[in-house]
Design a protein around this ligand. Structure first.
Ligand SMILES: Nc1nc2c(ncn2[C@@H]2O[C@H](COP(=O)(O)OP(=O)(O)O)[C@@H](O)[C@H]2O)c(=O)[nH]1
Ligand SMILES: [Mg+2]
Length: 317
């Protein structure tokens, strides 16, 4: 069943892809099967994270970016982790209409991460969604987050290139600069450059943010007007030159190693938890362990070690 879906998605079937993405979002054995089949095919896409405050124009910029990438013949996947995103259910009519031009295009696939996965949380489910899009041949995968919580920060770790979007007149820019939120950027974008003070903000960013990264990359500060597609070709060029830099400098390999380590640790934690939890299901070992801790007969770590040892010995027989 899953194998058929995978084959259809690999042939470019959008409904099959949508179903695979639901499977990985829901987690469990079906998700594991999808990942087993597709992970080895992934690793080619350029993963771009776009973050910034709500209302800064990220979604608008992403639509525009997707159109520009499509015009180069590139296949685009979009993952919106921002719950306020117009990609998600609460979309405003205007945003929906703006999306039309893209959703009818077979080369663009949009997925909104509405909910947290059953066990793993939002970040691991998002990584799997990215992997599936990558495996079925998306060339560029754009991930939108509001960049607030821990989940969003973890999602940004999955990106090769991080774009931080800011807008003029959003309040005390210097304060935001001091808070260091721009330091994670490989590309800084001042969107809504049609509004006053855009150049002042761009100059302040260039002055106060450390734009020279230790790996030799110089962070460009770009100005865009996403509603008019202004500056978007420059953004595409900057994305491609960062990708090139990652390849040339060997950074991409390092990034891959780091991400592989991350995913291995997450998978181990999940598998170990599953194994121990399953082993507890057959008896009242779980309830007994909880009582032991509640009644202070033993500390949680000692009890946990006992459960792990028990699960391993059950596995061994
Ligand atoms: N004036 C102006 N408005 C923009 C620009 N880009 C986006 N907007 C508007 O800003 C609002 C928020 O945009 P949205 O893309 O939803 O922001 P997000 O929350 O960061 O995804 C919408 O009303 C957009 O039409 C721009 O370049 N200039
Ligand atoms: Mg948005």
């Amino acid at each position: 069943m899953t194998e058929n879906l995978v084959a259809e998605a690999l042939r470019g079937d959008r409904r099959a892809l949508a179903r695979l993405l639901s499977l990985v979002e829901n987690g469990g054995l079906a998700a594991q099967e999808v990942m087993r089949l597709l992970y080895p095919r992934s690793g080619r896409a350029h993963v771009v994270g776009i973050t910034g405050a709500a209302g800064s124009g990220k979604s608008t910029l992403i639509f525009s970016l997707a159109r520009a990438l499509r015009s180069q013949g590139l296949k685009v996947g979009i993952v919106a982790v921002d719950p306020t995103s117009p990609f998600s259910k609460g979309a405003l009519l205007g945003d929906r209409i703006r999306m039309q031009g893209l959703t009818s295009d077979a080369g663009v696939f949009i997925r909104s991460m509405a909910s947290r996965g059953a066990i793993g949380g939002l970040a691991p489910a998002t990584m799997d969604v990215i992997t599936v899009m990558d495996a079925v041949g998306k060339d560029v995968i754009i991930v939108e987050t509001v960049g607030a919580g821990q989940d969003e920060v973890e999602v940004m770790d999955a990106a090769h290139t991080v774009v931080v979007v800011t807008v003029p007149g959003a309040g005390d820019e210097i304060q935001a600069i001091k808070a260091g939120i721009f330091e994670i950027a490989h590309i800084l974008v001042v969107n809504k450059a049609d509004l006053p003070r855009a150049d002042i903000l761009a100059r302040q960013l260039a002055e106060f943010v450390n734009l020279d990264k230790p790996d030799g990359w110089h962070v460009p500060v770009l100005q865009t007007v996403a509603i008019r597609d202004d500056g978007v070709d420059e953004l595409v060029a900057a994305l491609q030159s960062h990708r090139e830099h990652l390849l040339q400098s060997g950074q991409l390999d390092k990034l891959r190693q780091g991400q592989a380590q991350h995913r291995l640790m997450a998978a181990l934690k999940e598998q170990l938890w599953d194994m121990v939890y399953q082993a507890c299901q057959e008896t009242d070992a779980w309830e007994e362990a909880v009582r032991t801790i509640a009644e202070r007969r033993a500390d949680p770590i000692t009890v946990a070690k006992g459960l792990i040892a028990r699960a391993l010995s059950l596995k061994a027989v």
